[in-house]
Design a protein around this ligand. Structure first.
Ligand code: SF4
Length: 347
């Protein structure tokens, strides 16, 4: 396998939030990153571990000059290469094995597992690998007697990928709950911070997204960043998702077909300048969305301090070297993943 664990960082005091893992890839000089969070949602204790998995080294949008302006992976890290399904699944399986064998937090052993393909890269450009990785991961989780809460496939808006996902759902390809997350963040002014919008207009992705709930009975999620006067590097145009902007965005969305996740922005100086978002405004926006009939959540990221939260992975060198116990678990992850691949090929 072409990715090997080379280090890690703890998140939160004493690792109380989770761990960021750094992997070396033979096809790229830059670190691939994954992260594990003891709870998948901040502020709740529901015994679900969250895992953020990378699908490439860096993001292909960087090479296309279409990287999201608020994202450290896209703006700071050169694109290396896409990862194989085996490499994607290996991250998942290794992180679960670590949690199952964690002596500091033995409770993690019996938690459910939520895998979000929200690390480096956009699954929209790696869908074949991601769907296979989900299949492999599910086989291994069954073998380990672990419960998959869900897989979350995230995209900045690649409509063709959403179509493929819908086809897979209809064909019952996924043996576990597998949902879609569309990082929208804007409508009329979206191209200002998400140049991919010039390639694939958000309305194309929305059109596909609206087909999901009638099939699965579960609404896909729309992500909206809460930004105040964000001026990306090399730009002089501020971007704000204030109350008026949110009203404008929500006017284009159907509460019967999508749910919303508002997310605080994890800024850092290398992304540009911005003002802190007013907490009262976040609450006002959440209330407004609910009054308009949306299922909506205000999401607060883990790993802010260590710049490991959503959109913040930038390939930085890890501070700690993996223990010999982790080296054994990594080998075990490889063995389990390859056995699952053999099983799939025998079908
Ligand atoms: S947010 Fe995702 S799609 Fe956008 S540049 Fe970053 S990694 Fe790529």
């Amino acid at each position: 396998m072409d990715i090997q664990l080379v280090g890690y960082d703890v998140l939160g005091p004493g690792g109380s939030e989770g761990i960021r893992y750094a992997w070396e890839s033979k096809t790229s000089p830059y670190y691939v990153e994954s992260a594990t969070f003891m709870q998948h949602s901040k502020g709740t204790k529901d015994n679900i571990c969250g895992y953020t998995t990378s699908v490439s080294s860096g993001c292909v949008l960087k090479d296309m000059d279409l990287a999201c302006k608020f994202c450290r992976t896209g703006t700071q890290l050169p694109f290396g290469s896409g990862l194989t399904s085996i490499e994607i699944a290996k991250q998942n399986v290794f992180m679960v094995l670590c949690d199952m064998n964690c002596s500091d937090y033995p409770d993690l052993r019996n938690n459910q597992r939520e895998f979000a393909y929200m690390g480096q890269g956009d699954p929209g450009f790696s869908y074949n690998q991601v769907r296979e990785a989900i299949q492999i991961t599910n086989i291994v989780m069954d073998k380990l007697d672990q419960i998959v809460f869900r897989h979350i496939i995230a995209t900045s808006g690649v409509p063709q990928m959403i179509k493929q996902y819908i086809n897979d759902v209809q064909q019952k390809f996924f043996s576990s709950r597998t949902t879609m997350h569309f990082s929208l963040h804007g409508t009329k002014k979206r191209s200002q911070i998400m140049p991919i919008n010039n390639l694939f207009a958000y309305k194309e992705s929305l059109k596909e997204l609206y087909k999901i709930a009638p099939i699965t009975g579960e609404k896909p999620c729309i992500g909206i960043l809460l930004l105040k006067n964000f001026i990306p590097i090399n730009s002089d145009k501020p971007y704000t998702t204030d109350f008026d902007a949110i009203q404008e965005i929500l006017a284009e969305l159907d509460p019967e077909l999508v749910r919303l996740s508002f997310c605080e922005f994890n800024g850092s100086p290398d992304l540009g300048t911005y003002d802190p978002y007013d907490e009262n405004m976040s609450i006002k926006i959440l209330d407004y969305a609910k009054r308009k009939g949306f299922e909506a959540k205000l999401f607060s990221s883990f790993g802010r301090k260590e710049v490991t939260a959503c959109g913040m992975l930038g390939g930085k060198a890890p501070q700690n070297v993996p223990s010999s116990k982790w080296a054994i678990l990594e080998k075990e992850a490889e063995r389990l993943v390859l056995a699952a691949v053999d099983f799939v090929e025998s079908l």
